[in-house]
Design a protein around this ligand. Structure first.
Ligand SMILES: [Zn+2]
Length: 261
């Protein structure tokens, strides 16, 4: 991450609009700063954003940012990163964006097809977590996910005996597709620590601070899970899932998957 020369201790954190409404892909915002990063890319910092930055295993959104009447500049968003609560939109300007004044009102537009794919891949990872118990793998503890299109996987602490890997892979795929065909509303919300804990089956992972208000994603009536990402609106939107590989090594199990269209 490059330093923002305009960032001062008083630079406000960026309001994450997708946090409350994952399905709103357009918004207006006010320009906080505009500068060139060390590698020559143009960077825009705004007071709020609908763009999901890369993080939590989910890739950054793409799209573009323009001035309100689309006449002065068009900024193509190529990457979005977050640091200390400030979101940095990296990209190139199709029209001159060198001298943009602070406070300028801009229009944000997230690439819908890329977002949809990212959301489906992310929700699919959570769905696999929910299937573990049913297939006798409740000892696996979710540790991280890689929900990128180029080989998505979910990773768990815990092992599966080598002799069972193939059958468990098949059972997991079967159960996940079972849940997809049944469907169920996906909801996301921000809760008090106590409420969040209850929604997640009576406890939250250690990395969630006790004084925080966690954002919880809930697939159907299954226990929720803390998550900062974007998701589908119904489990059935996943259409189908293929568990392509299950691997255990050094006490870590990785489950690779693909989703159908
Ligand atoms: Zn998540």
């Amino acid at each position: 991450m490059n330093n923002d020369p305009h960032q001062t201790p008083s630079t406000p954190t960026t309001i994450l609009k997708y946090y409350d409404d994952m399905f709103n892909l357009k918004s207006t915002a006010s320009l906080v700063s505009s500068f060139l990063s060390d590698d020559g890319r143009h960077v825009l910092v705004l007071d709020s954003t609908v763009f999901h930055p890369q993080g939590g295993g989910q890739p950054a959104d793409g799209g573009y940012i323009t001035d309100v009447d689309c006449s002065r500049f068009k900024f193509v968003v190529q990457d979005v990163r977050s640091k200390n609560g400030i979101v940095y939109h990296y990209g190139v300007s199709e029209r001159n964006a060198e001298e943009l004044e602070e406070g300028l009102q801009v229009l944000l537009s997230v690439d819908e097809s890329k977002r949809k794919l990212n959301s489906r891949l992310h929700s699919a990872g959570h769905l696999l977590d929910l299937c573990l118990e049913k297939v006798g793998l409740s000892h696996l503890d979710p540790s991280k996910g890689y929900h990128f299109p180029d080989g998505p996987y979910v990773e768990y602490k815990g092992s599966v005996p080598q002799a069972e890997l193939q059958s468990k892979q098949k059972e997991l795929e079967l159960e996940a597709n079972n849940l997809i065909s049944r469907g169920g509303k996906v909801s996301v919300g921000v809760y008090s620590y106590e409420e969040a804990s209850e929604l997640c089956g009576g406890g939250l992972p250690d990395y969630i601070p006790k004084e925080s208000t966690p954002r919880i994603v809930k697939l159907g009536n299954y226990p929720g899970c803390p998550c900062g990402g974007t998701h589908v609106s119904n489990i059935s939107d996943l259409v189908n899932i293929k568990v392509t590989q299950m691997r255990t090594k050094k006490g870590v199990t990785k489950v690779y998957y693909q989703i159908g269209s």
